[in-house]
Design a protein around this ligand. Structure first.
Ligand code: FE2
Length: 311
């Protein structure tokens, strides 16, 4: 895909170029890595107005005991308080299948609007059915304060932001571009690890390839921030920042010159070998509700269901 046939990417590229040309339009970024789920959460702020966005926070969940805790979320809380930041947004790049979101916990303490892509409605449809969630589970995205559409712009203080629809891993994946930085969710991973899987319900390898092409048509110096890292053969350290130039040159799954058919064949074969993530059952059930636990039953307890022989 070239700039000329994608107006949204052209607009996003313009935003990135403006930020690259003016350091006052570049956000400050702090990453928080959860080794338990290999997830990276981010706090992104405008140094001038101190407005911030929290992206993909993690609620700790012990599957054996069914207990949640806040060891991963509390450092985010501390960072925001210590730096005197105001939370404008809590953004989920997609409904995660490998961890639970801490957005409701952080929102209760700090305020801000909880946002995800509007295609979450499709995800709620699929998983509402899978978990037989009942009619009290609204499948209209109303658990969130805001639903992004492709190309939608917003401001983080003085810094421009844009939401880019990048489906494939799930139907509702968005990349969030803030100034010259893009938080790309589960699309590309670090160049030596490749791309996200595309075999969850609603996933599609061909669609994922096209989304990676969209991201790689942003300006070469765009900073790219991953949602996960698993290290890679020959690399001992976790890493989560790359650039469009590095991904174009060296991504092991989608570097320049890779054809869509080659990618689809590789991705499909590889996905067949992958086990389901340990926390997919609780993760999806909680994240389709915007990070809220299922409604408590009449004894006041929330239950996580496990559909047997369905996934
Ligand atoms: Fe994911």
């Amino acid at each position: 895909m070239t700039h000329t046939d994608d107006d949204v990417i052209e607009a996003a590229a313009g935003q990135v170029e403006r930020a690259l040309a003016d350091t006052a339009l570049q956000p400050e970024i702090k990453a928080f890595f959860d080794e338990e789920t290999n997830t990276v959460s981010y706090v992104v702020h405008d140094p001038d107005t101190r407005q911030c966005a929290i992206i993909d926070s993690v609620l700790d969940y012990d599957a054996a005991s069914g207990r949640t805790s806040h060891e991963s979320a509390d450092p985010i809380l501390d960072h925001i308080r210590q730096h005197d930041l105001t939370v404008e947004w809590l953004i989920e790049t997609h409904a995660h299948a490998d961890h639970l979101s801490a957005a409701p916990y952080l929102q209760e303490k700090l305020g801000g609007k909880l946002a995800i892509g509007r295609e979450i409605i499709e995800v709620q449809e699929v998983f509402g059915k899978l978990f037989n969630a009942g009619s009290d589970f609204e499948r209209d995205g109303s658990q969130f304060d805001h639903l992004f559409t492709d190309g939608e712009t917003f401001m983080l203080g003085r810094i421009e932001g844009m939401a880019l629809h990048v489906p494939g891993h799930t139907p509702a994946d968005y990349a969030i571009v803030i100034g010259n930085a893009a938080f790309i969710g589960d699309t590309l991973f670090m160049p030596d690890f490749g791309t996200a899987r595309a075999d969850f319900p609603g996933g599609d390898a061909r669609v994922l390839f096209r989304s990676t092409r969209r991201l790689l048509s942003l300006p070469a110096q765009t900073r790219l921030f991953m949602c996960h890292d698993y290290k890679a053969p020959g690399r001992d350290e976790y890493a989560w920042e790359s650039s469009v130039a590095e991904q174009r040159a060296g991504n092991v799954h989608v570097k320049e010159g890779t054809s869509e058919d080659e990618f689809v064949e590789m991705r499909t074969a590889r996905d067949r070998t992958l086990a389901m993530p340990k926390l997919i059952m609780p993760g999806v059930q909680v994240n389709m509700r915007g990070g809220h636990l299922p409604e408590p039953e009449e004894n006041g307890v929330s239950y996580i269901k496990i559909p047997v022989n369905t996934l």
